[in-house]
Design a protein around this ligand. Structure first.
Ligand SMILES: Cc1ncc(COP(=O)(O)O)c(C=O)c1O
Length: 402
């Protein structure tokens, strides 16, 4: 009955599967089950002490009031300096905006520009929220499959074939969630060559995992690689992943002033400024650089090896080494068709993920949630000993399959 009250646009949208798995793990854990969560997209590291201190100082000094909707002058300057120093992109103050997470900025950009019937090209595997955000904006997600044999990266000819007069956006996410794929400058050049021929297409560069790269110097971003596209590119970033600040909810973006202004209008009529405390902490994060990241990368590399060794030692599972982010995207097609000890047949990647949760008490996420059935996303940014325990549990559970 109550569904009658819902707006039709909501019927086009599914709840976020990543949020759903986290909720499920929380309630199983609350019920006393020892679940190891390899489903969650966040680092287990503490936010660095100097950043936490900046948040505390903001509270003590009374930086606890509304700020300018798009962020304080200090934060905007820190964002401009970051884009200049780390990406060699020059933005003015009216070309940057801060919001309550990169998620909000992506949502606002889409809502501000996508109308009924507009198409948004989303290479798959994709971050779970893109298609649903497009659907909420009443647009049409156009999913372009990418393949393991191409390192999961969008090929220029596939991009060219997907563009139509109705295309409004292309979304590029590098390093990628869920595959960890990273586009190098040469690969972005090849995509840029296609995009230059289509001036009606905007490009979203979702760089939220920029700092989590295992190949030094490989990271590149479109507005820098092809300055002629800069007026059509929204470069999205934030502190959630690279600074382990998921709970602070602070993202930022740089792009053409008309788009930033439209996003600001939406923000002014919905959530207003992001938290003043998080803004102050983010100034400290961006200004003081991220020396700590080298240590984090070493730890993550060790954990990535643990999961890779585990996956590749199990018959029916396999994975290539991902160059970025903190996920392994394992091929589990060899598991499908197997039978559990209780006689159930695992028909889909979702069945396999559910089996691991039920039998091994390890939470992962099925590839179909990311538009790539037959795969499993394993997030490995958890404590080494728990990760080792998860590997042992997965190995045991898989050995029981016939
Ligand atoms: C690819 C991608 N983009 C954006 C986000 C959102 O990040 P934030 O926490 O800044 O909203 C995530 C979070 O998981 C992500 O994986």
């Amino acid at each position: 009955m109550s569904a009658d009250f819902l707006a039709p646009r909501l019927r086009r949208v599914r709840p976020s599967p990543t949020a759903a798995i986290s909720d499920q793990v929380r309630s199983l854990s609350a019920a006393g089950m020892d679940v190891i969560n390899l489903g969650e997209g966040e680092l287990d590291f503490d936010t660095p002490a100097h950043i936490r201190q900046a948040g505390i100082d903001a509270i003590v000094q009374g930086d606890t009031k509304y700020t300018a909707v798009a962020g304080t002058a200090a934060l905007k300057q820190a964002i401009i300096t970051k884009f200049n120093r780390e990406n060699q992109i020059g933005y003015r103050a009216d070309e940057v905006i801060a919001g309550s997470g990169a998620k909000q900025l992506i949502f606002n950009a889409l809502l501000a520009t996508v109308s009924s019937g507009d198409e948004v090209i989303i290479p798959a595997p994709y971050w779970v929220s893109y298609p649903d955000m497009v659907a909420l904006a009443e647009g049409e997600p156009v999913i372009v499959p990418c393949h393991e044999k191409h390192g999961w990266k969008l090929q220029p000819e596939d991009l060219a074939a997907a563009i139509t007069p109705k295309t409004r956006w292309v979304i590029l996410n590098s390093p990628n969630n869920p595959t960890g794929a990273v586009y190098c400058a040469g690969e972005l050049h090849a995509l840029a060559a296609v995009l230059l021929d289509h001036p009606h297409v905007l490009v979203m560069a979702d760089d939220i995992y920029e700092q989590i790269c295992f190949v030094p110097g490989i990271f590149a971003t479109l507005a820098n690689v092809e300055p002629r596209l800069k007026e059509r590119v929204l470069t999205v970033n934030g502190v959630s992943k690279g600074y382990s600040m998921t709970g602070w909810r602070l993202g930022y973006a740089g792009g053409p002033a008309w788009l930033i202004s439209a996003m600001q209008i939406l923000q002014s009529q919905s959530t207003s400024n992001p938290s003043s405390i998080s803004q102050a902490a983010t100034v400290a994060a961006l200004e003081q650089g991220s020396d700590f990241i080298t240590g984090w990368i070493e730890i993550l590399q060790r954990r990535r090896t643990m999961i890779m060794n585990c996956a590749n030692a199990i018959s029916g599972l396999s994975a290539d080494t991902p160059p970025g982010a903190f996920y392994v995207f394992a091929n589990c097609q060899g598991m499908l068709g197997k039978t559990t000890a209780s006689g159930d047949i695992l028909r889909t990647d979702e069945d396999f993920a559910a089996y691991l949760l039920k039998s091994a008490h390890v939470a992962t996420l099925q590839g179909s949630a990311f538009g790539a059935p037959g795969y499993l996303r394993i997030a490995y940014a958890i404590d080494d000993s728990r990760l080792q325990e998860a590997c042992e549990r997965i190995t045991r559970a898989c050995a029981e399959l016939r």
